[in-house]
Design a protein around this ligand. Sequence first.
Ligand code: GLU
Length: 326
Amino acid sequence: MNMTPPVSRNVSQSGLLKHHLQSVHDALKDDLQGTLPAYIPELAQADVHTFALSITLPDGETVQVGNTAKTFTLQSLSKPFSYLLALQTCGFDAVLQAVGTEPSGDPFNSIRLEDRKSRPDNPMVNAGALVVAQMLLEKHGSSAPSEVQGWFERVLGHPVHLNPQVLQSELQTGHRNRAIVHLMRNLGMVQQDPEEVLTFYLQLCALQVQVKDLSLLGALLAGSGRHPISGQQVVSQEVVRQVLSVMFSCGMYNSAGDWACKVGLPAKSGVSGGLLAVAPGKLGLAVHSPSLNTHGHSHRGVLACQMLAQRLHLHLLDAWNMEGQA
Ligand code: GLU
């Protein structure tokens, strides 16, 4: 096992990080295993060769390699941030009453709701994210999409576009999500028009970013809500802790346990092939590679995070400190 000390902040950190990103990129670039998500036809046309990695430090420095100019839709990577915004705007009590914080052990699109009492298990699976979307809709009405889009634009410092083809594709073929939201309407977990809730949820999924945007969002969480570039506290530490906690326990769906052992970081994936891992106090790590494993996570993204977590000693339960001392 590699027991070399972790990256020291005193060494030329960006040079060392670039070296690690490049070597992981080179090691995995020919691994084209996995499949594209056929249930969203627009995403099934992605270029499987696309592979990009990015790290942003809490002081805003970003190091990236690969096809970093490509944009991709957030998909389920929107879930931690819609949860964050719901906690921020609706308050902990209301959000926790509507959505739990327990891992379900089920896939992201699980429809197993009937034996649950009054709320979805957690905000990282589709059912929970749909209820979170409903809360934001209730709060902001028809301006909810622009409120969320505006938040991303303020944090990222540039316009964030919605991909209309991906939105249409999901609206047309999203029968399973439609079934989940209608079932929740029947069970009283959703009170609003299910089609409006579904459309808003899918609008959030269809927002587009680049890999460096994702790592910056990760660095915002890694820095306890302090913006990596402006230095301003844009999210409270309490909200960030809650978001990271559910990412840690529920973000990787029914492979959350395996991920906890092999990577040991709060994380979230999206079926567009984006993957975000957060090393609190250290960095945000993002990968984009569209082919997915059987859990719906980026195949190369998972492997890249495993390799980088080991090389940079990022596992939260390791006792290394930032200076490289055990
Ligand atoms: N829009 C996708 C869905 O709801 C998101 C799933 C994911 O990225 O894991 O099916």
